[in-house]
Design a binder for this molecule. Sequence first.
Ligand code: AOF
Ligand code: ZN
Length: 380
Amino acid sequence: ASLGRFSFSAQNEDDRWMAVALALARRGLGRTAPNPAVGAVIVAPGPDGGRVVGRGWTAPGGRPHAETAALIRAGDAARGATLYVTLEPCSHYGRTPPCADAVARAGVARVVVAVADPDPRVNGQGLARLREAGVTVDLLPESAEARRLNAGHVSRVTRGRPRVALKLAVSADGKVAPPGGGPAAIGGERSRARVHLMRAEADAIMIGVGTALADDPALTCRLPGMADRSPIRVLLDASLRAPVESRLVATAGEIPTWIFCAVGADERRERALRESGAEVLRIATGDDGGGVSLPEALKLLALRGVTRLMVEGGPTLASALLDADLVDEATIIGGPGTLGADAIDALAGRPLAALTESPRFAPFLREQVGDDIWTSYERS
Ligand code: AOF
Ligand code: ZN
């Protein structure tokens, strides 16, 4: 099985070039919503499997599209070349004519596509338009890497909700916080940097108000040179308990911060939070009558363009999402230390095995990061 993110065990030429396109696509993750992050590489015939004449990836904000960017770089060299693209070229008139037309017009001889685009505006018509124009089109067999890369876009378009990736930092004895709550230093420095990278690749991060009150997290990407990569922060706070002094609210003027509350939440609290720069959105109450409805929250996020949602806590939210079967991916950062029997469990009211041993979830990545073990699971 392919476990590593970049373990492309030397396949054929097409897979090799597509791996390059996938790596390019990754550059856009977290910056292109509501559009997908696409990568494209144009390869002209030549010795050693060809020569790259153009590369492109979706620009921040979603335009220009990856193929267009690569075609501009390639110029005349695109004639007779092969285009490798991680998502079916578009067939609709947006701010520019369809990429499929531009590709055909440039004289590209063959297009290799990793994933077909379920966007109703495209939905097979990109491939059809290319074929009609006489271009050879090959859709590669599904690969896990390509599927995961496009999963946010595909989820938003086909399910009306973002792809949900849960992140849990768990001590060796299965705990997430010391007795009484509050932040716990579970992962090491290398894990911390990786978490910030994960944030950069998400469109939005969501936490519950319990975590906001206990940990007062900023949820920003604080990697050097990546300060502008902080995702939108989403706080589930049914009765608007988040203090205006909290780091989330205090920085809401600089980084978009959406607070989802219940329909009946206090209007004075709402005003105070709004004055700090946060957006307050009222959502239907969940089935349990307590918090806001998770499906409604996700639906609203998708409507607002979020494709990739990272969930950073805490145990109550993680547990509720698992209960509702709304977790697509879970990453467990296992630290070497212990927090003791009285500390707080990673999942409220159930053992961590309810996730890690669940037949619904399959591990796909296991890595040592500093002294920590990262394991990622995917909903099968
Ligand atoms: C992108 N980048 O590289 C490709 C996309 O809103 P528009 O007109 O820019 O179109 C967005 C749609 O275009 C998007 O949902 C997807 O179906 C298709 N392809 N989009 O942002 C790209 N190739
Ligand atoms: Zn396009």
